[in-house]
Ligand binder design. Structure first.
Ligand code: ATP
Ligand code: MG
Length: 417
C-alpha cells in the first residue's frame, strides 16, 4: 500500500517552488522598503494562547485547531498570537517604541479542503506594534497594495471599522435584537453563537445566513466619536496615498481580537475563496495576553491563493531551476575528470550537473537539452589525452575544442563571475 499525504496537506512541487520563491522574495523586498524585520516563531504553542486571543467561539478555536489534548498544545492556526507572545516574552516594547515585524510560514486548520483551502497552508504575516495612528492602518494597506503590484496581481481592497469596547456594546445590542427576530432562519452555529457573539453571524459563510443579515444594522453607524474620527482619518490617508478601496460595512472578520479598522484584499478569480489577504487592528490584544498596553495592527496574506493567482497570469511552463553547464562524458576516465570539473565550476558559482551513472552520450545530450544549460562540456577519453574538451553552445549548436586549462577561464568570462 502506497502511503499518501494527509487530506488537505500538499507537497509544493519543484515546478511551483519558483513561484513561491517569487512571492517570498518580492515580499521581503517590499517589507524591507517599509522597514520591517523578520521574526521566526515556533509552530507549536500552548493552546490557551490561541483560545484566549482568537476567541473561544470562533470557527478556528471551536473546530479547526490541531490540538494535542493530552499536552494542551496546538499547531498554530495563525501567527498573530504567536508574534504577540514573542513580543511580550522578549520585552520588545522596551527596545523600540514601534516594532514592525513579519514572518512567513505554515499554519494549520482542520477545515474542509478545497481549492484555495488547505489544512496546512502558508501565510505572510505582518504586524506593527506600538502605534494607534490611522496613518499606520493606511500604510499597512498600502504595503499590501505594493506587494500585489510588485507581483502583478490585481485585487481590490475592502475596509470597515468594528468600533471599540466603548461603542461596540451598543451596536451588539442593536444587532442582537435584529438577529433574534430571524433566529430560526439561521444555521446552528449562528444560533448558538449569537448570544455571546452576534457579530459572528455577519461573518457566516452560509448562503442562508448571508441573506438573513443583508439588511442588518451596520457597525459604522454606531461608532463612537473617537472611532469615527479614526476611521475617517484612515480613509483620508488611503486617499493621500492613492490606494483604492471600498467600504464593506458587513466585513467583521472571524477573530475576536479586532477593533476599529479591518480590511481584506479580495479577488473574483478564486471562486468562493476570495480573500487573499486579511487583517485589522487589535489594540487590546497584547494587554489581554499579559503584556503592556500597546496598540497593534496586522494582516496575513495567504500564499497558496497568491500562487494560484500568479499561475493564472501566464503559462509558467516548466519552472524547475535551470543550470548553466551540463558536463557530458564518455567512459570512467572522463567521469572522474567531469566529476572534478563539476565541483570546480560549482566552486566559482556556476550551476552545474552531469550524469553520475555515465549513460550513453546520446542520453547525456538529451539530459543536457532538458536541463536548460547554456553550454555543454563534452569530455571524451581520447580528447582528454590531448588535454582537450568540446564546448557546445546549446543555443547555436556551435562546437569548439577548448584546452582543459582554459575551461574555467572561459566560463568566468562568459558568465562574468
Ligand atoms: P477565509 O475567509 O478564506 O476562511 P479567514 O478569514 O479564515 O479566510 P484569516 O484567518 O484571516 O482567513 O487568514 C488570512 C488569509 O490566509 C486568508 O485571507 C487566506 O488567504 C489565507 N487562508 C486562511 N485559511 C486558509 C486555508 N485553510 N487554506 C489556504 N489559505 C488560507
Ligand atoms: Mg477561515
Amino acid at each position: 500500500m502506497k502511503i499518501k499525504a494527509l487530506n488537505g496537506f500538499k507537497d509544493i512541487m519543484p515546478d511551483d517552488v519558483l513561484l513561491w520563491r517569487q512571492v517570498e522574495e518580492s515580499a521581503r523586498i517590499v517589507l524591507e522598503r517599509f522597514h520591517f524585520a523578520e521574526i521566526r516563531v515556533p509552530v507549536l504553542e500552548k493552546t490557551e494562547l490561541f483560545s484566549r486571543s482568537i476567541g473561544a467561539d470562533t470557527d478556528i478555536v471551536e473546530k479547526e485547531m490541531y490540538t494535542f489534548v493530552d499536552k494542551q498544545i496546538t499547531m498554530r492556526p495563525e501567527a498573530t498570537a504567536s508574534l504577540m507572545r514573542a513580543y511580550i516574552e522578549h520585552n520588545m516594547h522596551g527596545r523600540k517604541p514601534v516594532q514592525r515585524l513579519f514572518t512567513i510560514g505554515p499554519m494549520f486548520r482542520h477545515e474542509r479542503p478545497q481549492k484555495g483551502r488547505l489544512r496546512q497552508f502558508h501565510q505572510l504575516d505582518v504586524e506593527v506594534l506600538g502605534s494607534a495612528s490611522p496613518r499606520l492602518d493606511a500604510e499597512l494597506m498600502s504595503l499590501g497594495d505594493c506587494l500585489f503590484s510588485e507581483l502583478g496581481v490585481s485585487t481590490s481592497l475592502e475596509i470597515n471599522s468594528l468600533g471599540c469596547p466603548d461603542c461596540r456594546p451598543e451596536y451588539r445590542r442593536v444587532l442582537l435584537a435584529f438577529i433574534e427576530e430571524r433566529l430560526d432562519q439561521l444555521c446552528e452555529d449562528c444560533r448558538r453563537r449569537s448570544q455571546r457573539n452576534p457579530l459572528r453571524v455577519l461573518d457566516c459563510k452560509k448562503q442562508g445566513c448571508r441573506i438573513q443579515v443583508q439588511d442588518a444594522p451596520s457597525v459604522i453607524d454606531y461608532l463612537c466619536e473617537n472611532c469615527s474620527i479614526h476611521f475617517t482619518e484612515v480613509r483620508r490617508n488611503l486617499d493621500l496615498l492613492e490606494v483604492d478601496y471600498t467600504v464593506n460595512k458587513f466585513m467583521v472578520r472571524g477573530l475576536d481580537y479586532y477593533v476599529r479598522t479591518t480590511f481584506e484584499f479580495v479577488t473574483d478569480q478564486l471562486g468562493a475563496q476570495s480573500a487573499v489577504c486579511a487583517g485589522g487592528r487589535y489594540d487590546g490584544l497584547i494587554e489581554m495576553l499579559g503584556g503592556p498596553k500597546v496598540p497593534g495592527i496586522g494582516f496575513a496574506m495567504g500564499i497558496e491563493r497568491l500562487v494560484l493567482l500568479l499561475k493564472r497570469l501566464e503559462d509558467h511552463g516548466d519552472q524547475s531551476a535551470g543550470i548553466d553547464v551540463f558536463i557530458a562524458g564518455l567512459g570512467e576516465e572522463a567521469a572522474d575528470y567531469s566529476f572534478k570539473l563539476m565541483h570546480g565550476l560549482r566552486g566559482i558559482g556556476l550551476r552545474v550537473d552531469m550524469d553520475l551513472d555515465t549513460r550513453s552520450l546520446k542520453s547525456q545530450m538529451k539530459q543536457a537539452d532538458r536541463s536548460g544549460a547554456g553550454y555543454t562540456v563534452i569530455v571524451g577519453s581520447q580528447e582528454l589525452d590531448n588535454q582537450q574538451v568540446v564546448l557546445r553552445n546549446m543555443k547555436t549548436g556551435e562546437q569548439t575544442d577548448v584546452n582543459v586549462d582554459a575551461i574555467t577561464d572561459f566560463f568566468n568570462e562568459t558568465y562574468g563571475l
